[in-house]
Design a protein around this ligand. Structure first.
Ligand code: PLP
Length: 414
């Protein structure tokens, strides 16, 4: 289908974008109009392979037929009545999330779920819950340097990237940071005011850096010894992405609070906070709320997403496809190494293959060649294809990357 023939000229939307939208993302390079599975199509009809999934969101691929049908059906049934009333779609989502969070952790007592609309809101709610649980005086939160927890004031304060803080000071107090993957540093950063430790099981935005299993176990031990709540930020890693239902499952530990968002709606905005029943009981009527949170459209999408995810066993797919993708990437001459877990990977690029380019510039060249990835550090690309990606698509996508690397490499005769 030729979209250019029926709509505005390609490129028009970028000009309109620059005129009408705020500049916090810069002007995006192109306009996507349609997707199907791993494929995306821009406003000229050009096809791309999506190895980024809108930042680990569309794990079941674009326009998944069952999710699309569930959304359409809910849209013509009931969209919104507020949280003053029970709505049905969220019940199954809460029950399944609880079962998946506790699966294999030995946490036999059911926990409880609070819905939100995004990742930052889920973390914000988790931080409020931890603070309400422990009360004033134990309101401190310890997080890791290079972490990413969101863009609201509290989640920005929790985010361990001081350069992001500066323009928005003063931020809420009580947040401190310690070195990633360093139990001793975490222990040294504790004092009686700390009531919660907030951690990603793999730092996504920070460069795709998995937590060492020993680090997670050590932090859990510190939490147990001192009555500190362990809050796992599974917003990017949760729901199969790392090859387990949740990233902290790799360490065989328990969590007190878990936050999820990105993949839960496969593109429909929804976030959630899970907590043990004991911690959850800290919230009573009036302590927190959100007009839209858990509303029927988003919850109906999430309900179908979880059903499909369980049917097709997304953790297993992430492990299998992730191993294939890792092997393919390792065979690309410009790739120095591959890190990550499951289908959340980073390809570290060799300096001679970068040849003066940043990883973001390489990602841009990949986009021009038909592959969507992003530069997660100045020298590494992040790859997070959908769980439903085929072996052929993996080969094709890595082939595009290999071509881009070869073109720009220092060894290339020009
Ligand atoms: C994306 C992300 C967030 C923020 O989620 P938003 O939906 O963008 O607010 C928080 N924590 C982690 C680990 C994330 O990857």
């Amino acid at each position: 289908m030729n979209y250019a023939a029926s709509g505005p000229e390609p490129g028009d939307s970028r000009d309109r974008w620059a005129g009408a939208l705020m500049g916090n993302y810069g002007v995006p390079p192109l306009t996507f109009v349609r997707g199907a599975g791993t494929e995306l199509f821009d406003d000229t009809g050009t096809r791309y392979l999506d190895f980024l999934c809108g930042l680990a969101v569309t794990g079941l691929g674009h326009a998944h037929p069952r999710v699309a049908a569930a959304v359409a059906e809910q849209a013509s049934t009931l969209l919104h009545v507020s949280n003053l009333f029970v709505t049905e779609p969220q019940l199954e989502v809460a029950e399944r999330l609880d079962a998946l969070v506790r699966a294999g952790t030995g946490q036999d007592t059911p926990g409880r779920v609070l819905f939100q609309n995004s990742g930052a809101e889920a973390n914000e709610a988790a931080l409020k819950l931890a603070r309400k649980y422990h009360g004033r005086g134990r309101h401190g939160v310890l997080a890791a340097f290079r972490s990413f927890h969101g863009r609201t004031f509290a989640t920005l304060a929790a985010t361990g990237q001081p350069e992001k803080h500066e323009p928005f000071q003063p931020l809420p107090e009580g947040f401190r940071h310690a070195a990633w993957n360093d139990v001793a540093a975490f222990e040294a950063a504790l004092d009686p005011s700390v009531g919660a430790i907030l951690l990603e099981p793999l730092q996504g935005e920070g460069g795709v850096n998995p937590a060492d299993v020993e680090f997670l176990r050590g932090v859990r031990r510190l939490c147990d010894e001192r009555g500190i709540l362990l809050v796992m930020d599974e917003i990017q890693t949760g729901l199969g992405r790392t090859g387990a239902w949740f990233g902290f499952h790799h360490a065989g530990i328990r969590a007190d609070i878990v936050t999820v968002a990105k993949a839960l709606g496969n593109g429909v905005p929804i976030g959630a906070v899970w907590a043990t029943a004991e911690v959850a009981s800290a919230f009573g009527p009036g302590d927190h709320g959100s007009t839209f949170a858990g509303q029927p459209l988003a919850a109906a999408a999430a309900r179908e997403v979880l059903r499909v995810m369980e049917e097709i066993d997304v953790p297993l797919l992430a492990r299998e496809r992730g191993a294939e993708l890792t092997a393919l990437l390792e065979s690309v001459p410009g790739v120095a190494g591959v890190r990550g877990l499951g289908l959340l990977l980073a390809a570290e690029l060799r300096p001679e293959a970068l040849n003066g380019r940043t990883a973001a510039e390489v990602a841009r060249a990949c986009l021009d060649a038909g592959l969507v990835v992003n530069g997660v550090t100045s020298t590494a690309l992040r790859l997070a294809p959908p769980f439903t990606v085929s072996g052929d698509e993996l080969v094709e996508g890595v082939g595009i990357l290999a071509g881009v690397m070869a073109e720009g490499s220092a060894g290339e005769a020009t």
